[in-house]
Design a protein around this ligand. Structure first.
Ligand SMILES: [Zn+2]
Length: 352
């Protein structure tokens, strides 16, 4: 109901010309919209999780809207620099992708190149080095792919859970049980991979076909190198997709991530994105210590000069967002309407 009301309100603001006024306003000129994406579907991933994956068609329509709206898309580093010296161009936008699943190279990057738009990829590197599916993502996807089957965890993990999987909440619960099992048993990456394969077999999902398509894989080091060579900006997202609340461990995550990325691209890294959008004030001095010059969250909003440069808000686009809502973010009209807080989904949690 709220969504319908919101869309009608946005439509009337557009028709009355208010959207254009805001779009061209001084308020908008002093603000940077940082867009956030994760994956772009190889097949049906956006139907499984529309905030984690969008379809190629949706991404194409977004890029068309950005072009039509006369927004200026800047490379992230330049955008942040110009934000703080009050030198943003009109309707400034930066485009970011998180994680680095293999579809970035096959789906997102060709579209970005077609539209000649710069983008930053915040790459988590563990699964770029270990070329098997990202365990958390794959388990969540398998539970959805096998949603017509009956899951009996007794046969897989020994846990006492037998359930149908048609309901999303039930699937989330089953996923949390599988995570708990992997955590408590301290399963290695290889053991987790075995467990994902067993889960697929148990649910009757063709795992070999997913492996062959590299579904839920991260980009290889060679692919990252090629993307960087073609102009993609590859930046920090931690090595294991986590932010320990311990200085040494936190710094190690950045260091391992940086070492891995710079080894692939030969380029320096100084921009960071909080995995799963989770941040804590204790991280800020550690990021400064690690020579990180900007960090982005998943808090929905526009970055302005008063934003902390290590807590820059972003707008997380999703498959379910209508074109008029997306446009309202480009113009800035969105800030006049009630919003839900948007964050990464639970299934986008720890990736290692
Ligand atoms: Zn992430």
């Amino acid at each position: 109901m709220l969504k319908k009301f919101k869309q009608a309100a946005l439509q009337s603001l557009k028709t009355s010309g208010v959207s254009t006024l805001v779009h061209n306003s001084r308020w908008r000129r002093q603000r940077l919209l940082i867009l956030a994406y994760h994956g772009v579907s190889l097949s049906d991933e956006h139907l499984w999780n529309g905030s984690q994956f969008i379809s190629p068609n949706t991404l194409r329509s977004r890029l068309e809207l950005i072009k039509q709206s006369n927004c200026t898309v800047l490379p992230l580093g330049e955008a942040v620099e110009r934000l703080y010296i009050n030198d943003l161009p009109d309707r400034a936008v930066a485009i970011t992708f998180d994680d680095g699943t293999s579809d970035f190279g096959r789906r997102a990057w060709p579209l970005l190149q077609e539209f000649e738009l710069p983008a930053t990829l915040y790459l988590t590197t563990f699964y770029s080095e270990y070329q098997r599916p990202v365990f958390d993502l794959m388990c969540s996807y398998l539970l959805w792919k096998g949603r017509d089957a009956v899951l009996d965890l007794k046969q897989l993990t020994g846990q006492d859970l037998r359930t149908e999987l048609t309901d999303n909440d039930v699937r989330e619960h089953a996923l949390s049980q599988i995570h708990a099992f992997a955590r408590e048993r301290k399963l290695s990456a290889e053991e987790k991979d075995q467990l994902a394969a067993s889960l697929a077999a148990h649910l009757g999902v063709d795992y070999d076909a997913l492996i062959a398509e590299r579904v839920m894989y991260n980009l290889t080091a060679g692919e990252v190198a090629q993307l960087a060579h073609e102009g993609a900006d590859i930046q920090l997202h931690t090595h294991r997709h986590r932010t320990p609340k311990d200085r040494a461990l936190f710094l190690r995550e950045i260091e391992d991530n940086r070492h891995s990325i710079e080894g692939m691209t030969g380029r320096p890294t100084s921009h960071f994105c909080y995995p799963t959008g989770r941040y804590d004030p204790m991280f800020l001095p550690w990021l400064t210590e690690a020579a990180v010059v900007s960090a982005t969250t998943c808090e929905a909003g526009f970055a302005s000069r008063s934003s902390h440069r290590l807590l820059l808000p972003r707008f997380l686009d999703s498959e379910s967002l209508s074109s008029i809502e997306f446009e309202s973010w480009l113009t800035g009209v969105s800030m006049a309407l009630p919003r839900r807080r948007v964050g990464e989904s639970a299934s986008a949690g720890s990736m290692a």
